[in-house]
Design a binder for this molecule. Sequence first.
Ligand code: TA6
Length: 294
Amino acid sequence: TKGPSGLEKIVLREARGFSAEVHLYGGQVTSWKNDHGDELLFVSSKAIFKPPKAIRGGIPICFPQFGTHGNLEKHGFARNRLWAIDDNPPPFPISTAVKSFADLILKPSEEDLKIWPHSFEFRLRVALGPGGDLVLTSRIRNTNNDGRPFSFTFAYHTYFSVSDISEVRIEGLETLDYLDNLKGKERSTEQGDAIVFESEVDKIYLDAPKKIAIIDHEKKRTFVVRKDGLPDAVLWNPWDKKSKTTQDFGDEEYKHMLCVDPAAIEKSITLKPGEEWKGKMELSAVPSSYCSGQ
Ligand code: TA6
């Protein structure tokens, strides 16, 4: 399918009515809708769907570098490359009921090899589970043929749509250590209070639990984020000042979004030739009452 931007995208649908869209540009999920047709991810009204800019919203893939944790361009180059569809992907194990999925592949171009001199194959599987869960699985393989290992950092930079950021609470990160990007990556510890939003936040929580909840009181909706192979979790909201200086982001849009990124940042991942790494994220959106007491 061609999107409004003219860029190619894949549409996934599940029997109950959930759907998702993945752009080949960036290998980026840009939509996830529930069975009422409500959009669950945030994409800016000012998003630019054109190289070299990454699409502002959805789920940009940060690889082979998260943020400025290295010498590459911010968040690496995977988010502004054209990925390929694998027309003949390996099937899911018979035991899973997943019917709607797509595999995208990224391999480095000659130009990419000049920026990051490593041969790799990145397979991104985007799947809609039978209950409408959105599941992203990344498999990254070192295909260097001269014995060289490589190291990378990674994040699923997930932009959730929320009704009003001041009505949102996060559960699962309360007592953790974090690196504060607003204070030169200084290390601190959360003091155990519920995490709510009153100003700009840009933190990397270290060794975060496998399950994090984003509770949207006004919408009475809870997003449950499950992660595997991804020890860290980023929390980001640009708030008013940063929104105004970000060209592809509306001045008021920070009120309606929140990034929670399952990630591997503090300890980079190293792969020897032939080795493969797997990082999985599973998102579900449930009415808040289902989660009370958890
Ligand atoms: O921690 C998230 C972050 O790295 C922030 O520093 C913020 O700038 C955000 O990503 C967005 O980055 P981008 O390059 O997409 O503008």
